[in-house]
Design a protein around this ligand. Structure first.
Ligand SMILES: [Mg+2]
Length: 199
């Protein structure tokens, strides 16, 4: 068994959706960032929970999972969001940019077809707030045929909680011990830096 990937979404997970007041939870601190290809004079306001960095690092340092950004922030996740949480530069999946008006154009998460091909037969835990029932069926079918697959789905307006990462860790600890060499890198990964934590 290879070291499983930990696919990480941002919007609705690290950046909860705004409440009616237009802001995030009180636990989150506001930041202004300038995503790639955006006018530097037109920053975007986001909110992050500083506790999420150490919580993620606790899982990453175990070496039980290989964290990868899986978000429409793409490279900006590694260069803008991660550093605000004190995270090392993680790799990211270079997701396609479909012309869609819903995140479920075919009844399931728009990222899924790309991720399904990208993962190949690699095991994966995937944290995203936007799965549908069809995604959960996909994960169950995938697990049944071999690659262990865990979907963790925070509530969009609440975001990531400690128990979500505890679930990932417990799941990874139950998997067969991986070989010492770690995972092969699938094609299409955009290496923004070392993704491995721990030994
Ligand atoms: Mg999301």
């Amino acid at each position: 068994m290879r070291v499983p990937y930990l696919l990480l979404d941002i919007d609705g997970v690290l950046i909860p959706f705004p409440e009616d007041t237009g802001t995030g939870p009180a636990s989150h601190v506001h930041h202004e960032v300038v995503p790639s290809h955006r006018d530097p004079d037109d920053p975007v306001t986001i909110w992050l929970n500083a506790a999420h960095g150490p919580l993620l690092m606790d899982v990453i340092r175990t070496g039980l999972v290989t964290p990868i950004w899986c978000t429409s922030w793409r490279q900006d996740a590694a260069t803008l969001i991660g550093p605000l949480l004190g995270l090392p530069t993680l790799s990211y999946v270079d997701l396609p940019r479909p012309q869609i008006t819903t995140s479920h154009p075919n009844g399931y998460l728009w990222k899924r077809d790309h991720i399904d091909a990208w993962l190949g037969d690699a095991p994966a835990a995937w944290i995203d707030d936007d799965f549908t029932g069809l995604d959960h069926e996909w994960a169950a079918e995938r697990t049944a045929r071999g690659p262990a697959t865990l979907l963790v789905q925070p509530a969009s307006h609440v975001g990531l909680r400690a128990e979500h990462l505890a679930e990932v860790r417990a799941w990874a600890e139950r998997l067969p011990v991986p070989p010492t060499l770690g995972p092969a890198t699938p094609s299409g990964v955009s290496a923004a830096g070392s993704a491995r934590g721990g030994p």
